[in-house]
Design a protein around this ligand. Structure first.
Ligand code: MN
Length: 324
């Protein structure tokens, strides 16, 4: 549904709510965290009581956003007037916070994934043409004539750069740049510092893992598809969490000639996290859907239980249909 047509309904639900929960997806990323921080700062400025949730650790690099310390603190609250779900397409991705919809009188979902499935939503804004959920939130604030604080602008800029790979991915549009321009020109946000933390800084303790990934990458279809696997023994040996795995993807996706990539992490014996990336028209959201996952056309994910061999066969067969 469009933002403009729902704006009065959103206004009304918010004005009637005092005790509001905000939730993002599990393993929260920069887009999700930025949206939660910006929306929370706005609602608090309106005198609302706000609790923020996202299952999993908040990566250390986002500590420049002061509000990140407030995530997942209010575990005892039994009822909310309103739940605002951000950057989350599927109730499954609520993780440990899956009971929040049942605790809440009303639910607003704002998301940019392909076909969000959130049946309980009173208002569902799904705009997959937007590169980040933060870009939608910026336009929501524009429509509501919200005056952005430094913190809100920093949070929304974080959202935008994290989901566009700092304006490198094909989801980047002229509107993305318009929003970034507005955030940069009106607020003195620390562009260099934020970009460095998100796109340049790496943890040197991760060098052995990077080496492992580079040494073990496989290629199919004459180098057009790359496949990387982090087996459980590697995950365990280096105690890899979501944050330390996150930056490894670039080696799989950015080899010259690669237009599709598969990154498989065995999180427990026989349990796999699958990340898929692509360039151009190759729709990896559709491939992820075959494994009951989802995401965006050029970036998607799924989980899989079974044998690695079968998983690779399924994925290679799916890529064969679109890559050849
Ligand atoms: Mn997002």
């Amino acid at each position: 549904m469009k933002l403009e047509t729902e704006i009065d309904n959103i206004k009304q639900l918010i004005s009637h709510a005092q005790n509001i929960a905000i939730v993002g997806h599990h393993n929260p990323d920069g887009d999700c965290i930025g949206c939660c921080v910006a929306v929370s700062a706005w609602l608090e400025s309106k005198g609302k009581a706000v609790s923020i949730y996202a299952d999993g650790d908040i990566p250390e690099k986002f500590s420049y956003l002061p509000r990140v310390k407030e995530f997942n603190q209010h575990t005892e609250i039994e009822h909310f007037d309103l739940l605002i779900v951000l950057d989350l397409s599927d109730v499954e991705r609520l993780g440990v916070w899956k009971d929040l919809p049942a605790k809440s009188d009303k639910i607003i979902v704002i998301d940019h994934h392909v076909k969000p499935a959130f049946k309980q939503a009173d208002i569902l804004i799904d705009l997959p043409q937007y590169a980040s959920c933060g870009e939608i939130i910026f336009e929501l604030f524009e429509l509501l004539k919200v005056k952005l604080s430094f913190e809100m602008a920093t949070a929304l800029y974080t959202s935008i750069i994290c989901d566009t790979g700092c304006f490198l991915f094909s989801n980047t549009t002229s509107n993305t740049h318009r929003v970034a321009e507005a955030l940069m020109s009106k607020h003195k946000i620390d562009i260099e510092g934020i970009n460095f933390k998100n796109f340049r800084a790496y943890d040197r303790r991760n060098i052995p893992v990077v080496t492992y990934v580079l040494k073990n990458m496989e290629f199919e279809f004459g180098g057009r598809l790359s496949i990387s696997v982090l087996p459980y023994k590697v995950v365990k040996k280096w105690n890899l969490n979501y944050e330390s795995r996150h930056g490894l993807f670039k080696y799989a996706t950015d080899a010259n000639g690669v237009i599709g990539s598969i990154f498989i992490t065995e999180l427990a014996k026989g349990e796999f996290n699958v990340s898929l990336r692509s360039l151009g028209n190759i729709d990896v959201a559709k491939i992820a859907q075959k494994l009951n996952g989802g995401g965006h056309r050029n970036a998607s994910g799924a989980t899989y239980k079974g044998s690695l061999k079968t998983l690779k066969q399924i994925l290679i067969a799916e890529f064969a249909k679109v890559i050849d």
